[in-house]
Design a protein around this ligand. Structure first.
Ligand code: HPA
Length: 285
C-alpha cells in the first residue's frame, strides 16, 4: 500500500486558495460525473477554477470530464460544483481520488451530492433511468483499497467510522419527493463501485447482481466514504447509461461512446432533479 501522501495542511492550503478566488461560501458540494458537466453551465455569478490552478488538485484525463470547479448560485442556493472527477483507473491513488472531497470539507461544505454514469444491473432498469443510491458496495475497499486506509487524522474523522447509513435518509426522501413532483421516474438501489476501466464480463455482471447490486460504476463509493468519514451528509444519483450485458455472445457491446450518448438523454432529467432539490433545500438545511 502507498504511504499517506496528503495531510490536513494540504487540504487547508487548497481550500484557502479557493477562498481567495471566490466570494461565495457554499455549504453544498456537487460532483458531476461523465456527461453531466452541462449542469454547471447554468450556474449564476460563477467563479471558475480549473483544477490545475488549485494546489495539489488531481487533473482528470477522461473524455467527458472537464476538470474545473464552478462556484456560484443556483435556485437560490450557493453551491460548489466539480465539473469532472478523477478515477482510480487513471492511475491516481485513493488519496488523490478523494482529495477534492477533503478540500471541500476544509472549505466548509457539509453536504455532498455525487452523480455518476453507471451500468444497470437490475433487469428492470433501462438506459436513461436515474437511480437514487440508497446504499453502496465498495468492492474495491472490501478487497484492500479503501480510501480510509493508512494513518487516521482524528481531526478529520474517526478511525472506524460507522457506515450503517451512508446515504442520508432526509436527503433521499427529499429526492424521492422532488422526483414524484417533477414526474421523473426515480429508481432506487445499491451502487457497486469497481476499479474499471474494463467494463464487466457477463459473469461479473451476474455475480454483482447476486451480491445485491443494482448499478455498477467506477467512481463514487470512495468519495462517499471519505465524505461520510468527515461528517458530511451524502446524496447520490446514478445515471443508467447502459444495461449491463449478462450473457456471452450477445450482439450488443458496451462502449464509452454509448455511455456519453445516453448521458445526453439523461442530462435534462438529472438537471430537473437537481434543480428541484435545490429549490426545496430549506426542507433539509
Ligand atoms: N460498468 C461500469 N461502469 C460504467 C458502466 C458499466 O456498465 N456504464 C457506465 N459506467
Amino acid at each position: 500500500m502507498k504511504t499517506k501522501q496528503f495531510s490536513r495542511q494540504d487540504f487547508e492550503t487548497a481550500a484557502h486558495f479557493i477562498a481567495t478566488r471566490t466570494q461565495h461560501r457554499p455549504t453544498i458540494g456537487l460532483v458531476l460525473g461523465s456527461g453531466f458537466g452541462e449542469f454547471a453551465d447554468a450556474i449564476q455569478d460563477a467563479d471558475i477554477l480549473p483544477y490545475g490552478e488549485i494546489p495539489h488538485f488531481p487533473r482528470s484525463t477522461v473524455e467527458g470530464h472537464k476538470g474545473r470547479m464552478v462556484i456560484g448560485r443556483m435556485e437560490g442556493q450557493t453551491i460548489m460544483v466539480m465539473q469532472g472527477r478523477v478515477h482510480f483507473y487513471e492511475g491516481f491513488t485513493m488519496e488523490e481520488v478523494t482529495f477534492p472531497v477533503r478540500v471541500m470539507r476544509a472549505f466548509g461544505i457539509d453536504t455532498l451530492i455525487l452523480t455518476n454514469a453507471a451500468g444497470g444491473l437490475n433487469p428492470a432498469f433501462r438506459a436513461g433511468d436515474i437511480m437514487l443510491i440508497e446504499d453502496q458496495i465498495n468492492l474495491l475497499g472490501l478487497v484492500g483499497n479503501n480510501p480510509l486506509m493508512g494513518p487516521n487524522d482524528p481531526e478529520l474523522g474517526p478511525r472506524f467510522p460507522d457506515m450503517s447509513t451512508l446515504y442520508d435518509r432526509q436527503l433521499r426522501h427529499l429526492a424521492i419527493s422532488v422526483a414524484e413532483q417533477s414526474g421523473i421516474i426515480l429508481r432506487r438501489g445499491v451502487y457497486v463501485g469497481l476499479s474499471g476501466p474494463a467494463f464487466e464480463t457477463p459473469a461479473e455482471v451476474r455475480m454483482l447482481r447476486t451480491l445485491g447490486a443494482d448499478a455498477t460504476g467506477m467512481s463514487t463509493t470512495n468519495e462517499a466514504l471519505v465524505a461520510r468519514h468527515s461528517g458530511m451528509r451524502v446524496l447520490g444519483f446514478s445515471g443508467i447509461t447502459n444495461e449491463a450485458i449478462d450473457r456471452i455472445d450477445s450482439p450488443r457491446v458496451t462502449s464509452h461512446e454509448e455511455v456519453l450518448e445516453t448521458g445526453k438523454i439523461l442530462v435534462p432529467r438529472m438537471i430537473t432533479l437537481l434543480r428541484g432539490i435545490l429549490q426545496r433545500w430549506d426542507e433539509v438545511a
